[in-house]
Design a protein around this ligand. Structure first.
Ligand code: ADP
Ligand code: GLC
Length: 464
């Protein structure tokens, strides 16, 4: 099949989180299974690629009442084709977080069909990811100004995170997207505003999310962020498919960022990675290292970890945190490190090499998420022999086998995390932990099975 991926980020070009990993890895798995994939994504100012994309000129994008020129850059890596969309609104110092984000990504979404047409790619199905690309199914169904063969094209829409929906004023959004006024009567409206996520859910031929448990959870008000009613309504076309990880990127036996390689048969390189990590972070040995690599956001429950941290340190844990996000969480993480020099290390920011060294050198990995559509860090941790201690929600519940490959706790409370960490610590103390590390390392998280499941969904979408 010919599949077009529309994603606001794609590893290794752009990344703020797991969406980039998925948009980078799933196309490779689809190509390996014999399919053709074109990934369309914005070209941000911060990106670098070697070789650089070949900029082949502008296309005219129907936008904001007229046509706007947008640059198209092409590249092919590992058999996956890329079309990057270049526009001044992507030339900023971050991917997101601006007042005009919905307008920026509406432009991106409108540029997808002309860009694909320009590079000669006619998909059988488009696969749009998260709110940024969520108007694509609507445009394919009801949009004007599409290349020949595009109107009515089947679409699959994947929810990576229901919290971010792309909400904007209704009339303005219809105008930006150059939709007919009748679009106002489609599923793009939610409580009087335009809502990209709601449009994607309503108008895509098929909808998926990134784990079976999250597919169930989001149909309930506690997890639905106001769209649980819509999700119950579209449940017939909704399916949860768990993410994989790219086992060529995340492989402790070949990882160029680790001080020594290791694998399930010989963990001596993990001990080297651990010693190097303690030294790099200025931590004194004396207890197991509990790490987190995470966005500092309410979703991730970093506050629960910070609230439990004094007790954890008191029981001998060393903490290593890497992440950034909400200012209040950053401040309290820094205060925690200041209270426990040599026992707690916090690095604020986004640091890919350090993330690899932490996965490699830590003993355990905390993921106390309030909700977690899939989560990749627990799978990466397990692959590196690092034991996840996580909340039993979403994809965490679907990928961690409690007592076998990790520890799960139910309540979003510091005490529940603390209790699970105690249980984990006991297994470190009696050395049961080696079998657990090995069970995690032996678990396959590669994409091939989930890629097959997506192909089935693409076929269903094409069948209508
Ligand atoms: P989410 O997409 O919700 O942030 P995931 O677990 O799906 O969560 O994916 C997070 C990805 O981002 C992982 O690849 C993780 O290693 C990476 N990551 C998160 N924070 C950082 C950071 N501060 N530095 C480097 N990598 C990070
Ligand atoms: C989102 C979710 C995360 C998921 C990722 C990739 O960012 O928060 O749980 O793993 O998307 O699907």
């Amino acid at each position: 099949m010919r599949i077009l991926f529309a994603s606001a980020e794609v590893y290794p070009f752009s990344k703020t989180g797991g969406l980039a990993d998925v948009a980078g890895a799933l196309p490779k798995a689809l190509v390996a299974a014999g399919h053709e994939v074109l990934v369309v994504s914005p070209w941000y100012r911060t990106l670098q690629a070697d070789p650089a994309p070949l900029w082949i000129g502008d296309v005219d994008v129907p936008f904001d009442g007229g046509f706007e020129p947008v640059g198209v850059g092409t590249l092919e890596v590992d058999g996956v084709r890329f079309a990057f969309v270049g526009h001044a609104s992507f030339q900023r110092d971050a991917l997101y977080g601006f007042a005009d984000d919905v307008q920026r990504f509406a432009r991106f979404t409108r540029a997808i069909a002309p860009a694909a047409h320009r590079v000669g790619f006619m998909p059988d199905v488009v696969h749009a990811h998260d709110w940024h690309a969520a108007y694509l199914p609507l445009i394919l169904r009801h949009g004007w100004h599409l290349p020949d063969g595009w109107p009515g094209m089947p679409s699959v829409y994947t929810i990576h995170n229901l919290q971010h929906q792309g909400v904007s004023p209704l009339e303005a959004t219809v105008h930006w997207l150059r939709l007919p006024r009748s679009a106002l009567e489609t599923g793009m409206q939610h409580f009087g505003s335009a809502n990209a996520m709601q449009a994607g859910l309503d108008l895509a031929t098929r909808v998926t999310t990134v784990s079976p448990t999250y597919a169930e959870e989001i149909q309930r008000p506690e997890f639905g962020f106001g769209l649980d009613g819509t999700l119950r309504h579209v449940a017939w076309k909704l399916r949860g498919i768990v993410n994989g990880i790219d086992e060529t990127v995340w492989n402790p036996s070949t990882d160029p960022w680790l001080p020594a390689p290791f694998d399930v048969g010989d963990l001596s390189g993990k001990a080297v990675a651990r010693t190097a990590l303690l030294e790099e972070l200025g931590l004194r040995d004396g207890g197991p290292v509990l790490a987190a690599v995470s966005r500092f956001a309410e979703q991730k429950g970093i506050d629960l970890l910070l609230d439990a941290a004094d007790d954890l340190v008191g029981e001998g844990w060393r903490l290593a945190l890497l992440g950034s996000g909400e200012a209040a969480l950053e401040t309290s993480a820094m205060a925690l490190a200041a209270r426990h020099p040599g026992q707690v290390a916090v690095r604020l920011g986004y640091d890919e090499p350090l993330a690899h060294r932490i996965y490699g050198g830590a003993d355990a990995f905390a993921i106390p998420s309030r909700f977690e559509p899939c989560g990749l860090t627990q799978m990466i941790a397990m692959r590196y022999g690092t034991i996840p201690i996580a909340r039993a929600t979403g994809g965490l519940a679907d990928t961690i086998r409690p007592g076998v490959t990790g520890f799960l706790f139910a309540d979003a409370q510091p005490g529940a995390l603390h209790a699970a960490a105690r249980e984990a610590k006991a297994s470190f103390d009696d050395d049961e932990v080696l079998g657990m590390r090995q069970a995690g390392m032996r678990t396959s998280f590669d994409w091939s099975k989930s890629a097959e499941a997506y192909v089935q969904v693409y076929r269903d979408a094409v069948a209508g």
